[in-house]
Design a protein around this ligand. Sequence first.
Ligand code: SAM
Length: 284
Amino acid sequence: MTDMPNWMREQLHGHYAQSLTVDKLLYDSETDHQRLRVFENGTFGRVLTLDDVIQTTEGDNFIYHEMLTHVPILAHGAAKRVCIVGGGDGGMAREVLKHTSVDHVTMVEIDAGVVEFSKEYLPMLSQGAFDDPRLDLVIADGAEYMKTTQGGYDVIIVDSTDPIGPGEVLFTDTFYGHAKRALTPGGILVTQNGVPFLQGDELTNTMRAFKALFADATCYMATVPTYAGGPMAFGWGTDGDARAVPLEILQQRFADAGITTDYYTPEVHKAAFALPRYVLNLMP
Ligand code: SAM
């Protein structure tokens, strides 16, 4: 690949990689925590990478952000306090804040550099979310924060990097236990859990922890083109019965919320919990 200087190569696995053309490099620097790059790509628009792993793109981020936000919030039905762990690019905050019923969002991001830089180079992701008075931005390790927070969150969304580097602690049983303690009764924890076809262990480990903690522990799925290798999994843990909410109620809540989406629909929401056999086989 060294003879392809205009290609960015992401190799998360031994025998499989994906490459995107770097049509224009906009930013490249080392933060205190990771190497951060942004470039333009003809298919996906602006692309953010951390340590050469694609985090988000202008073109397909809507799928990931909408599914990690509207599924738990609309399933819950009365979420007022939401916590986002990670999420430095602001895309998750953008989707959560679409819900006028949400009156407080805590976003705990370890790397102030990602936030500052995203505001400047990826404003289309946050779309003003950082200026919303309902958002409280905390620059801290999400695992440390969860140890001590008073919590009271109806929904916690873990929008983390993969379990390497600073994101590793966000995949531990200890962190999940603290997150559960920070939920209100019936509250919902959702997590990004990678692409199970390639990262099966990641899902198995999270599901093992969730099953020990929650009455309802499963995952739901969506395909995000730049998270290559098939559909990705989102962990779902709650002691309530929000997963069973009937379609008609979701449709009513979605209409009442008055939000527009490009991927999420109540029908997709319900269908996303139907899991293929190879994924069920990864569940402990
Ligand atoms: N959706 C992307 C993916 O799956 O590749 C990840 C999105 S990116 C916004 C993830 C964010 O998590 C980064 O901004 C990173 O700095 C942050 N992060 C990583 N480890 C963290 C930790 N321990 N506490 C809080 N934020 C963390």
